[in-house]
Design a protein around this ligand. Structure first.
Ligand code: ADP
Ligand code: MG
Length: 619
């Protein structure tokens, strides 16, 4: 038998490598911009069309390439940045594997022009799927311009894997922020679909943060930032953290090490813990923290697309970081009086991936500067009380202990009855109650509908049941224009520059939900009508929720489904809302018609039942 092992052709090898390096348009942006920075660029223009699917172009004024280098740059393992393995441990540059350009060229059509300042003529190269189509001399400004067109044109499976334009645009901005926040001295512009989204003039880090984040509603970022600055033998920690009162539900949180963005849940926790007692449970602080540490103390041989970085001594850095943040907050020392009043918060806790990080704290025994221990204790007590109230509200409320609205009931009996209630989530749909044999008794505690069938008692969560009804309504009608209700006064929806660009991408979908909404400058939209069901609900909150849910990366539902869920959640009858007899009956009737009665679209239980047999057994 003849030998069967052979080397893969370069084109195939490059496509395989591309799978690692180029996952989406934002990975192309990251690689190209990092190359520009390595080339010493002071001015970088980024131009994208269709969230980078059809065009992603980066123009720099860096040192350019010679004609031979221009051709070499697209070869695999071609790099000017390292030549020996030991160089790996002293890296000052961003990229070093010499894979990026080869990988990008393997899965797109690339046009590049480049000229070194000392050369008279530049070079123009056209590539498609890793093959050179043409190479010529050309007239061009010094520096390099690389246009990546029709990403994944030759790998349809990868193309299909891309998310909606709004999500990909969000990814582009995310990677752009991670770079722009480290290079405040570099002038960046970012143009999406012919509209300039950012023009970031060179300045200080603090100015750059403020330029990027701008004003969000009432928050002017520049005045919200507190400086942190700690030098130790192990590392230096510099940067800015948000004042406690600027904490948000979706804050900006950035950790960098030696100029590179990193994700580090363990250090994140150190920052968050330092805010304990100063902010409410449902918000988190902004932070922009820059570590400088000797190269040998971190694992440099990380994969270019990975943002996790290993440290030799995490346990020692944790308390330093905690203390640095704590000290800054202590100096600021303007503990605002916290308002934990949550009466109009929706009763269904929204999924927050950050909350799931269950990290154990290191036992460092750190006992450093802690300027407000005593006052903190008070706040923490308050917070814990608040937290346990919340828990009760969600899981074990015993409404009969408060005012129930139902008289002449034996409280003891109710309590036993309640304890016998069983969750219905495991039951199949067929076992659920049928429309004809359910009768409404009353609304309980402005929160549940109490009903009965021939054989059991049924408690239905009014907010969740209505969320199910509205969600089914929106999704079955998807694509159709939903009914609107004019607002008496237009509302202004103010958001960040990057979010505004994403909203412009999804404006048609938002309108089809029943919003009438127009662009209002670069960072705002005026809302003149809202979906009919929203009623007196807050349209701005609803829109923020829709935007956040629609651009979530995690679930495998469609954007329309996500938007429908967010709108349903916001428009549904709240817990605490009193319903008259007609409204109760209407809700029950609508809910009974939904095919997935038992759970909300997010998978939460809608009802509890207890059989009369069970009651007899227990009383
Ligand atoms: P790496 O950055 O890891 O070296 P790349 O594939 O990203 O690998 O780039 C290959 C080489 O092409 C670089 O080492 C550099 O010499 C050259 N190069 C790429 N982009 C630029 C640019 N914008 N300006 C000047 N040289 C560049
Ligand atoms: Mg590179």
């Amino acid at each position: 038998m003849s030998d069967i092992i052979h080397l893969l052709p370069d084109t195939v090898a490059n496509q395989i490598a591309a799978g690692e390096v180029v996952q989406r348009p934002s990975s192309v942006l990251k690689e190209l911009v990092e190359n520009s920075l390595d080339a010493g660029a002071q001015h970088i223009d980024i131009i994208v069309r269709d969230a980078g699917r059809t065009l992603l172009k980066v123009i720099d004024d860096g040192k350019g390439m010679s004609p031979t280098d221009a051709r070499m740059a697209f070869e695999r393992h071609a790099t000017s940045k390292i030549s020996t393995a030991t160089d790996l441990f002293n890296l000052q540059t961003m990229g070093f594997r010499g894979e990026a350009l080869a990988s990008i060229a393997a899965v797109s059509q690339v046009d590049m022009t480049t000229r070194r300042p000392e050369d008279e003529l530049g070079t123009k190269i056209e590539m498609a799927g890793a093959t050179v189509i043409s190479q010529d001399y050309c007239q061009c400004p010094y520096g390099t311009a690389i246009a990546v067109k029709n990403l994944f044109f030759n790998t349809p499976a990868r193309r299909r894997f891309l998310k909606t334009n709004s999500t990909e645009l969000k990814n582009l901005f995310q990677d752009f922020y991670r770079i722009a926040l480290v290079y405040p001295k570099v002038h960046f512009t970012f143009t999406a679909n012919d509209e300039q989204v950012f023009n970031l003039e060179p300045g200080t880090t603090k100015q750059r943060i403020a330029q990027l984040l701008g004003k969000t509603g009432k928050t002017d970022f520049y005045s919200q930032l507190l400086t942190i600055d700690t030098e130790t033998e192990l590392l230096s920690i510099k940067g800015y953290i948000g004042k406690p009162e600027s904490a948000q539900k979706s804050p900006y949180q950035y950790l960098f090490v030696n100029g590179r963005y990193m994700r580090h849940p363990y250090f994140h926790k150190a920052v968050i813990n330092a805010y304990q007692g100063l902010i409410a449970n449902d918000v988190q602080p902004h932070y922009f923290i820059y570590f400088s540490i000797a190269a040998q103390d971190i694992d440099v041989n990380i994969h270019p697309t990975k943002t996790e970085i290993k440290f030799a001594d995490e346990q020692s850095i944790w308390p330093l970081l905690y203390a640095a943040v704590r000290e800054t907050l202590g100096k600021y020392d303007a503990r605002p009086s916290l308002d934990f009043d949550q009466t109009d918060a929706p009763d269904i806790p929204t999924y927050d991936p950050r909350r799931n990080a269950s990290l154990t704290m290191p036992s460092t025994g750190y006992d450093g500067y802690d300027p407000f221990k005593s006052s903190e204790q008070r706040t923490v007590d308050k917070e814990q009380r608040h937290e346990s109230q919340n828990r009760n509200g969600n899981q074990e409320t015993r409404p009969w202990k408060q005012e129930t609205g139902i008289r002449n009931q034996d409280i003891q009996n109710w309590q036993r009855l309640y304890e016998g209630f069983q969750s219905h989530s495991e039951l199949s749909q067929q076992q659920l109650i049928e429309q004809d044999d359910i009768a409404l008794i009353c609304q309980l505690d402005n929160k549940w509908l109490l009903c009965r069938t021939a054989t059991e008692l049924v408690l239905i969560d009014q907010h969740r049941a209505h969320t199910r009804v509205l969600y089914d309504h929106y999704t079955t009608q998807s694509g159709k224009q939903q009914a609107s209700q004019q607002l008496l006064f237009p509302e202004l929806w103010q958001i960040n520059i990057d979010k505004a660009a994403i909203v412009r991408e999804m404006l048609d979908d938002i309108k089809s939900l029943g919003f009438e909404i127009q662009k209002f400058g670069n960072t705002a939209f005026s809302v003149t009508a809202v979906p009919a069901e929203l009623g007196d609900g807050n349209p701005i909150e609803a829109l923020n929720d829709i935007l956040a849910t629609a651009t979530e990366q995690t679930t495998n539902t469609t954007r329309q489904q996500k938007m429908a869920l967010a709108l349903a959640r916001n428009a549904a009858i709240r817990a605490g809302q009193q319903l008259n007899a007609t409204q109760q009956a209407q809700l029950l009737e609508q809910w009974l018609k939904t095919p997935m009665k038992a759970i909300t679209p997010e998978g939460k239980n809608i009802m509890l039942t207890i059989s009369f047999n069970e009651i007899t057994r227990r009383i």
